[in-house]
Write a protein that binds this ligand. Structure first.
Ligand code: BGC
Length: 371
């Protein structure tokens, strides 16, 4: 079968490879599932891996099959799989257990291992292939009614985990009724965060670099009831004069200096969530350190980082996708701006990914096989 791979740590090495078709018996204990890949999304992580900044090949290989945003159809199940059957639609989680105590209790998204295992990213082949096999434990069933937009489940799972951590952390307060949220970044992750916060009843304020006029992402934030401002015209600290301090801020820009702006815009008892994996080496000057520190101390403010997602966050994401379709029919479909047919056209996917602004792309994905 065909697959799209890179040579990790080598710039622009994306290429097609020919591999053996996997089988259910690759997985022990009769828990294997053979899945036909229907769609695979491409995101900033794939771009960074193809830039040679990130990514590790599986042991014994000098290439890594890419792809972690996925949607597939079950072809065959092992004898101990009772919860899935051929024809079911599934999305697979990304990280697999390593050795830390968190991994051994099924919380590998909190691993403390330096070497972690993520399909399509780190030490495990991904889903940019015609088929994959996996244990049923890592597959989440997709209701047929939302299959068309289910390729957005993996990126949404990152938001679901972030929001779950925020509410867990805020249990420190005996009462917390957050009202306003700022979402920094209105790429696909920021848009999904805006949607998830809007579904939870927040007043949502989205911020991006682009001007409002003719910007689809801004329209989408407004379509779920939010506001949109360009940070070229309104900085995050200044936005507080317009909207007040935010009870929750979700950072998803990929631009780390904005974190220090966000720290100055958080309400008392508020929570700032960081989700950008910034592989570069940026530094910032002139951070008002005393002011920020004092505000954090005197206002009991919290900032935390979040990565990856576990099965429960994918399951929460399925519910939010369905609720979003019920409340804002067609909204998620508008995010799927660029479909590329066939794995052979990988060069096109990376051309769009490397110039998402120019292409006005929100979500770019391969259609590997028809739904
Ligand atoms: C993926 C996560 C992963 C993270 C770090 C993200 O793009 O969605 O599943 O944990 O990259 O590798």
């Amino acid at each position: 079968m065909k697959a799209v791979a890179v040579k990790p740590k080598t710039q622009n090495s994306v290429h097609l490879v020919e591999m053996d078709k996997p089988s259910v018996s690759d997985i022990k204990d009769g828990r294997g599932v053979l899945v036909e890949v229907l769609r695979v999304g491409a995101c900033g992580t794939d771009r960074e891996i193809n830039n040679g900044e990130y990514g590790v090949a599986p042991p014994g290989f000098d290439f890594l099959v890419l792809g972690h945003e996925n949607l597939g159809r079950v072809v065959e199940v092992g004898e101990n799989v009772k919860e899935l059957r051929p024809g079911d639609y599934v999305v697979a989680t990304v990280r697999r257990p390593g050795t830390s105590i968190y991994d051994t209790i099924g919380e590998q998204d909190f691993t403390t291992d330096d070497e972690y295992f993520e399909r399509g990213i780190s030490r495990l082949h991904g889903y940019m292939a015609e088929f994959y096999s996996e244990s049923s434990d890592f597959l989440v069933k997709i209701p047929p009614k939302i299959v068309e937009i289910a390729i957005l489940l993996e990126p949404l799972s990152i938001i679901e985990k972030g929001l779950k951590q925020a509410s867990d952390i805020q249990e420190r307060l005996k009462i917390w009724h957050p009202k306003t949220a700022a979402v920094l970044g209105t790429g696909s992750v920021g848009l999904l965060a805006s949607m998830a916060l809007s579904l939870r009843g927040y007043e949502v304020h989205g911020f991006g670099r682009d001007k409002r006029e003719g910007y689809l992402n801004a329209e989408l934030v407004e379509a779920v009831g939010g506001t949109y401002d360009s940070t070229a015209e309104l900085t995050i600290p200044d936005s507080v004069k317009k909207y007040g301090e935010y009870d929750l801020i979700f950072e998803c820009t990929g631009y780390s200096p904005i974190v220090f702006d966000a720290m100055q815009a958080l309400n008392q008892n508020g929570v700032l969530i960081l989700s950008s994996v910034t592989g570069g080496s940026r530094t910032v000057d002139a951070v008002p350190a005393d002011k920020i520190n004092q505000q954090f101390v005197l206002g009991n403010r919290v900032m935390f980082g979040t990565v990856n997602a576990n099965r429960e966050h994918f399951e929460g994401g399925v519910k939010d996708l369905a609720l979003c379709e019920a409340m804002y029919a067609g909204w998620l479909g508008r995010m799927l701006t660029h479909k590329v047919e066939g794995l052979d056209n990988y060069a096109r996917v990376f051309e769009i990914l490397n110039n998402a602004g120019g292409f006005k792309a929100i979500k770019t994905y391969f259609e590997v096989s028809k739904i």
